[in-house]
Design a protein around this ligand. Sequence first.
Ligand code: NAP
Length: 308
Amino acid sequence: MIPVNSVLQVGSFPEVMQAEINRSLKTVQLINPHEPAPAGSYEAILTRSNTPIPESLLRQIPNLKVIACCGVGYDNLPLDYLKAHRIQASTTPGVLNDAVCELGIGLLFALLRRLPAADLFARSGEWQAQAFPITTTLAGKTVGIVGLGRIGQDLAKRLEAFGVTIAYTGPSAKQSSYAFYKSAVALAEVADVLILTCPGGPETERMIDANVLNALGPKGYLVNIARGSVIDESALISALQQNRIAGAALDVFENEPQLNSAFIPLHNVVLSPHIGSATRETRQAMTRLAIDNLEAFFNHRPLLTPIH
Ligand code: NAP
């Protein structure tokens, strides 16, 4: 049983998530994490991975013992502060893999087959004047996965069915039949498509830079379903403007929800507004798992899916 008003809910939650929360617990809400915490004696925070949690907020909550975060990235949590104050934290790994993989594959085909442009072409009547330009097929290509973790592995399994060769990079080689490359540059040299599924944060910041993009080359495609911070966005924009890569499909951005306006006129980019996990089923499952973590905490059990 979670005590009433012992959980501070931080950030805005879509209706489907809020309904799931309201079924199980009564929280106090703080939409803007930079505003003062409402008075109360909170032991827990419930938030989403897209909400930056500033240390200044946590300092106002001396009884805080746990943060349950809906989402799998924890680059928006002040990890050093949590460690120093022995505050536990959980995320919602696994339950969003299906939705994120589906979006990754959707973006990949949208990019290779130019589906947004084809849709416009059919709607506008341009089809009556000429045929849509010929595009390229995925089968036979090499797909390089940057970060063969939970999402990366599930994505690789699904992609195998399309007749591609999978290769990957990461901090170390995994027990896997896929070819391992020590760096993103080395992977980009052999890949026709690079898909990013690694975490955000300082260790991967701007890892996909001009060198990686040049290695990917003018026939190479980039798909980012990880975090905007992983790409050097200005290097990507110049590579796209100068056709030094064939194209990019991006679900995540450096300054979301602000979009760099240089993306807008580009025809070799497909954009989506960070919707990797944004399906009803997935958002409900993420919320449920976050609440289950809170229930475990308030019942003096270990968190189900802690961040170590
Ligand atoms: P995960 O299981 O932790 O997998 C991350 C993988 O990235 C791990 O295999 C890790 O290697 C690898 N990695 C770590 N540092 C790396 C580096 N410098 N270069 C290359 N690979 C590196 O996490 P997940 O559940 O698959 O989620 C992955 C990421 O997807 C999340 O962190 C989040 O940012 C993103 N995501 C995006 C959306 C969206 O809406 N677009 C939704 C959910 C998640 P080790 O195994 O060796 O540690």
